[in-house]
Design a protein around this ligand. Structure first.
Ligand SMILES: Cc1cc2nc3c(=O)[nH]c(=O)nc-3n(C[C@H](O)[C@H](O)[C@H](O)COP(=O)(O)OP(=O)(O)OC[C@H]3O[C@@H](n4cnc5c(N)ncnc54)[C@H](O)[C@@H]3O)c2cc1C
Length: 386
């Protein structure tokens, strides 16, 4: 791993910085968990695509720049530095995109990836069910073959962005007699297909960040299956690897939070205990360590390696770091945080810290709970007995 940037990488950084300066919206977009904000963020995805910045690692013909993972990390650093809007299509761009790249047919890549890059299709993820969260092998929603279609019946839940999304990728039991990890397939379906009912679920802040999805005799063409019939589990594990191990939470996000935390601390330093200073320092160092570790993962992948079970270590690290940074910020702001949380006269960004704190509480749950990641580490990395 070489930690010096090449002249080409430095030039790329300068290009991204200039493009962001010219294109990032001057006003803050509304939350993408509202209908209006969702469409504002879709328009931003379109703008990114026009600059060919929607997903730079994809081949040019599919809307990318054929960039490598180090360039992607540089892009992310500039993205967060510029304060660019959150990615409403993160399920598509960061999770399904790499999975399609690995398992999709050439037709599927050409059909789905350019539309995803352009924000024409915003994706939701349909894995969890009421009886299958941590224990995803307990999925019961069935997709029964009927000629050149599957007929889907059942229910998904906690599907992020599904209140407004256009498409969903999910795991469905295509062999009705199968058990556990066997007999599941990875299927892509438009959310306006007849027979689908979506019921939005409000988050802690009241906005519908998720939805339940109900399927009643929903017909989906067989060509919408990704990979072979019954291979869904292995494909989903690859998607989860991208989610936990690299793409979903790039280090730049946490480094920017650490910078904001230092600014907040400096403003209130005289009033807070030395222990808070220690926590701020630790947050900064952890964000830097996470960044270096991600550069190492990227280098390993570029040399032909796989994400592997280390993704579980990674997921625990970023989710706990995010939560502890927000807790430290709230301990600096104290009770004032809630008083200031209407966005008026808010130089400390109390509203943002509060919202970020609420979301950070979900970090140890989504993308596989941290308890389950600890089980994975114990059994598969440390080879401890069950
Ligand atoms: C913000 C957010 C976004 C999400 N987005 C999506 C999405 O887009 N699509 C989707 O399909 N799902 C999504 N989920 C759902 C998420 O994947 C599940 O919440 C998660 O897998 C846990 O499942 P569960 O909620 O059913 O909890 P359970 O599985 O019932 O677990 C309850 C508790 O028991 C613990 N536990 C369970 N089994 C074990 C075990 N074997 N060993 C030790 N502890 C155990 C868990 O760690 C947890 O603390 C999202 C969740 C959140 C919070």
């Amino acid at each position: 791993m070489d930690l010096t940037y090449t002249p080409g990488q430095q030039a790329f950084r300068a290009d991204v910085r200039a493009w962001m300066a010219a294109n990032v919206p001057a006003h803050k977009l509304k939350s993408y968990d509202t209908r209006e904000g969702f469409e504002e963020h879709r328009a931003w995805e379109r703008t990114l695509n026009e600059g060919r910045y929607a997903m730079i690692t994809w081949p040019e013909i599919l809307g990318g720049r054929g960039a490598n993972l180090i360039e992607w990390l540089i892009f992310e650093e500039e993205y967060y530095r510029a304060g660019a809007p959150g990615r409403v299509n993160q399920n598509g761009i960061f999770l399904l995109g790499p999975t399609l790249m690995e398992y999709g047919t050439p037709e599927q890549k050409a059909r789905f990836l350019p539309r995803m890059a352009a924000g024409e299709d915003i994706w939701a993820q349909g894995w969890s069910e009421p009886g299958a969260g941590s224990d995803m092998a307990a999925i019961r929603t069935k997709a029964v073959r009927d000629g050149d279609h599957y007929v889907i019946n059942g229910q998904k839940t906690w599907s992020t962005r599904a209140a407004f999304a256009d498409w969903c990728f999910g795991l469905f039991r295509t062999d009705p007699n199968s058990e556990r990890h066997h007999g599941m397939s990875f299927i892509l379906l438009p959310l306006d297909t007849p027979g689908i009912t979506r019921r939005p679920i409000p988050q802690l802040d009241g906005e519908p960040g998720f939805a339940e999805l109900f399927f009643d005799d929903v017909r989906v063409p067989v060509e919408n299956r990704l990979g072979g019939e019954g291979e869904g589990w292995n494909i989903a594990m690859a998607t989860a690897g991208f989610e936990r191990g690299l793409m979903l939470r790039s280090p730049a996000r946490f480094q920017e939070t650490a910078k904001r935390l230092v600014t907040l601390y400096r403003r209130h330093q005289a009033k807070v205990s030395p222990a808070v200073g220690e926590a701020v320092l630790k947050a900064w160092m952890d964000a830097e360590a996470y960044c270096l570790n991600t550069y190492m993962t990227a280098s390993r992948l570029m040399a032909g390696g796989k994400i592997g079970q280390e993704a579980s270590l990674n997921k625990i690290f970023w989710s706990e770091l995010d939560r502890s940074m927000h807790e430290t910020a709230l301990s600096i702001l104290g009770a004032r945080a809630e008083l200031l949380a209407n966005g008026v006269d808010d130089p400390d960004e109390a509203t943002r810290w509060l919202k970020g704190f609420l979301f950070s509480l979900a970090g140890p749950i989504y993308a596989g709970t941290n308890e389950i990641q600890r089980n994975v580490i114990a059994e598969r990395l440390l080879k401890l007995p069950r």
